[in-house]
Design a binder for this molecule. Sequence first.
Ligand SMILES: NC(=O)C1=CN([C@@H]2O[C@H](COP(=O)(O)OP(=O)(O)OC[C@H]3O[C@@H](n4cnc5c(N)ncnc54)[C@H](OP(=O)(O)O)[C@@H]3O)[C@@H](O)[C@H]2O)C=CC1
Ligand SMILES: Nc1nc(=O)c2c([nH]1)NC[C@@H]1CN(c3ccc(C(=O)N[C@@H](CCC(=O)O)C(=O)O)cc3)C=[N+]21
Length: 289
Amino acid sequence: MKIIDGKALAVQMQADLKVKVEKLSEKGVVPGLVVILLGEDPASQVYVRNKERTAQRLGINSKVVRLPDQTSESELLALIDQYNQDEQWNGILVQLPLPAHISEEKVLLAIDPKKDVDGFHPMNMGRLWAGNPVMVPSTPAGIMAMFKHYDVDLSGKRAVVIGRSNIVGKPIAQLMMMANATVTIAHSRSKNLSELTKAADILVVAIGVAKFVTADMVKKGAVVIDVGMDRDENGKLCGDVDFDSVKEVASLITPVPGGVGPMTITMLMEQTIRSAEMSENNNSYSSNK
Ligand SMILES: NC(=O)C1=CN([C@@H]2O[C@H](COP(=O)(O)OP(=O)(O)OC[C@H]3O[C@@H](n4cnc5c(N)ncnc54)[C@H](OP(=O)(O)O)[C@@H]3O)[C@@H](O)[C@H]2O)C=CC1
Ligand SMILES: Nc1nc(=O)c2c([nH]1)NC[C@@H]1CN(c3ccc(C(=O)N[C@@H](CCC(=O)O)C(=O)O)cc3)C=[N+]21
């Protein structure tokens, strides 16, 4: 068993990104990321602070707009429109989940697809599913970067994703399919889940249930990616995978913390930089393939 060190890979990739930002800045193009956060959810506060800190370290111009929970949908939409028009900000991210009185769909549709560094706008989701991604959601992009760095070849392999959210499950399934894996997407209605997961060469878990995947559900030698950000019975941060038992079965496994999380932030920064590059090149909004 080998542990995938997401933290170390993130640090390594961020060093390259810092150089990129310096070069762009010399040309007068400073990438700018604005993060909009509604409410006081403590986990969201931590993630947003991590994003802000990383952006600053890389020389990316960053701004966090903190708004009260009761902010109206129209206020939020007006604010997004203001940042859509403002050339100084080439990346706009609205932290999810949003309060129940605000339509997530309307908000995601309002963000200029060119500035949608999360890749959650239906235009960007559609382009991903069409096989010509422009902006890719950062968690799945981070997982693919880990596969590349650790020489995990997906071609012809059986990959199983547990979770079908728009921000993790669906896009990672599509990216693995694009890398020629045979992909199964499981969710809370799936029957005989263990049977599916036991057949997986690659298992990606994104459900939000602490230590849900146990060793008996995993094939010997499988690669296990744990996206979960959960709390165990003692309130300690843990993932969706029971790391201590599954690590004995897996050939490669990500820890929580220090696995997918740091890579998510890194890919968000990469995407922000790419979006700044596109805005420099005459607003060309096109796939990078
Ligand atoms: N490290 C990182 O960078 C990130 C971590 N996360 C974390 O990843 C986890 C998942 O996030 P997200 O995708 O947004 O979650 P959602 O809550 O949007 O989706 C959860 C998915 O898991 C499925 N599910 C829930 N319980 C079970 C179960 N017992 N068996 C099988 N499937 C189940 C649900 O099925 P159904 O559709 O049927 O309801 C749903 O498809 C969370 O812990 C979140 O905090 C999220 C984003 C980034
Ligand atoms: N519009 C939007 N975009 C997102 O990308 C987005 C979102 N909304 N909502 C919530 C999820 C979750 N997410 C994480 C980012 C970093 C860590 C992270 O840094 N994790 C650290 C630990 C953090 C801690 O100590 O709590 C780690 O795993 O090592 C985790 C989770 C981004 N998300």
